[in-house]
Design a binder for this molecule. Sequence first.
Ligand SMILES: NC(=O)c1ccc[n+]([C@@H]2O[C@H](COP(=O)([O-])OP(=O)(O)OC[C@H]3O[C@@H](n4cnc5c(N)ncnc54)[C@H](O)[C@@H]3O)[C@@H](O)[C@H]2O)c1
Length: 716
Amino acid sequence: MPTTTPVTVPGPSHDVPRPAARSGPGLKDSFRAELIDIFELRMRRNLFSPGNPTLLRAFGGARRILAVCDRPEQGRRLATYLDHWRDRGALDHHRTVDGRTLTGLSGADPIRAVVRAAVTDRLGRRDAFLSIAGTESTATTALAAAMYRRYAHAVRVHDDLPALLASLHWDARTVAGDPAIAAAGRDPFVVVDVDRLLGDSGPVRPDEEWALRHLASFDDVLADQLDRGPDRLRPSVLRRAALGAVTRLLRRYGPGDHRVWQPPPTTAPEPEPVRTPASIPAPMRVSFPAPARASILTSVRAYQIREVSYQVTFASGVLDPDNPALSAYLPAGARVLAVVDDYSAEVTGATRRTLAARSRRGRLGGFTVLPVRSSPRGKTLDAAEELLRTAQRMRLGPDDRILAVGGGTVLDLVGYVAACHPGGTPYLRIPTTLVGLVDAGVGLKVGVDLDGRKNLLGAYHAPMACLCDPGFLATLPDAEFRCGLAEIVKIALVRDARLYTLVEEHHHALRTPDGAPVLDEVLRRAVAAMLVELEENPWERRLRRLADFGHEFGHVLEERSDYRLRHGEAVAIGMALSCRLGVSAGRLPLAVAERAETLLRRIGLPTYDDCCAADELWRALRTHVLPHKGGELHLAVPIGIGLGGFVDSIDEIGAADLHRAWAALRALATGTPPAPAGPEADSGSRSGSDSDSESDSRSGSAEWAVPAWTWDRGSP
Ligand SMILES: NC(=O)c1ccc[n+]([C@@H]2O[C@H](COP(=O)([O-])OP(=O)(O)OC[C@H]3O[C@@H](n4cnc5c(N)ncnc54)[C@H](O)[C@@H]3O)[C@@H](O)[C@H]2O)c1
């Protein structure tokens, strides 16, 4: 469960792993880590003067910028500023879209529009979003950034007081909307365009007056200034006084989800109250360089530590009405929204019965069971919106629970809904597939697909617990079981040699009665290896992840096969291909790659599929995988059995290597001799040509363009 402690912590941003917790037969079965978030505010003059580095620094090294701006004049100033830095090589690309085009859209459509623009512009995970806009467009942009590829950096520039107040939060949320959507934005960065804010010569608007009076109710200095007669003060003096109050209040309370930073009431209909309103917090100490007297050109840095921990518990009969494993996570009076993979009427019925029995005993405040049909294409933002509406109709809050029962598809979808629900309702996972048990149920990652792109939107959102009941596996089709074995082979190859040997020796017997003890050890070892891997880099601040082994190509193959390939099958092919490329790059001996391929084939998993030609895979590596890995390849490969490593740079492999590897896997799968390598294979540079990097068929399509005016600057 996440808990938050605001404190002042000197030093750099980093996640703090904790020692592994152990139990049972000595295998790790819990996750614990701390996330340090940094909040930054800068009030600056001459923000868009060419050469002023404030904004460039705020981007934190991003090379591609997608900006959302509400006013054409501001957009033009920004474009000139960004052109300056692009021409000097500090940026690769930028584009500004008109925030006003988002206002007519409803539900999650504004977020979809911003994300589609980011995909068109090929923003990667280390690139940045920027908003210079009012409250709603700022929130939309921050939400899109927080979800894009599970997290991208967002900078919010403000030149008006009410939107600034709404921005002084750790998280981002739509103010109104059906459904209302929230996301934990990491490391919020707020910049105040002081010239514009103070240069406004117009009279104080009603929403500004509201903001002034609101700030004055917490800040005596501002209250005194207003008491001296607001009518006698010029608007610019009042606005300056308000910035002073913001500075003092930030110093006292820090940023956060509390009344001090409430946005002015909108004329739009109020959303359903889904969250207990937070009161004023205890004063928070923030790092605050002392500004020159009376200066408002200040900077604020605040830190908060979020501790995240959860248990992965093995329990049989987890849906039995008397099973204490589930009761432990359902507090008295809680209302429960249970989303159940409707693969079996028995499981849906058991979920209903267990919740009904607890309700009858007065343990629960109520429950709703929602059966959902799981399909590889069903993990979408549309589906998430529907579930969010249900959660909001139920007005679920922090004392209620969301329960996900199903395979990886349902676990990912429901976890994403829990992450986006502004009510902050904790969720529990009960995996029913082998992939769910050893992988999707164990980690922090949740997400949904958009426009057929796997997991384009997501979050790191830990469950309260994952309750693993191997009993569900009895009905799992063999093909799905094999997919789970693919994920087990993945983690075994890069983390646990003993696990690998167990699977190698016993994979054929794991579903037999005699194989039950080995299956038990395999499951526990796979979960433990995954937890160790996750705890070392929980929020993927580092994009070198052994758990990605097989997934770099796996996701591409899954999409290109139009989801004919199951996730685990695509990962198996991805592993075989990565191993071959690892051999080319000198990371592992061919014998290890062949041993892994043999095991995958014996299990009944594919190591090749003709949904994709080698040149398509090469292109996808550049247009798909590189942006996702922050511009570096970091291809996870085993360097021996049970030991993982990386091919970090795409320059270490070439199109010819990929052609050869793919041809060899094809030959083994089809029994035909390898065809000669394709044209790119002979065409030169190891990293191939850049010219085809834009030719991803989805990029730049008309339906993804953001309407109305845009400034499209920068080389593609
Ligand atoms: N978040 C993560 O870290 C992570 C890790 C791995 C996979 N995933 C995601 O998980 C998804 C794949 O999950 P999956 O492989 O579990 O498949 P799945 O959830 O799509 O389920 C496969 C099929 O099995 C059915 N099913 C579920 N439980 C069953 C049971 N006990 N008996 C019979 N049928 C059952 C489902 O209804 C479905 O038809 C992908 O979307 C993938 O991206 C996420």
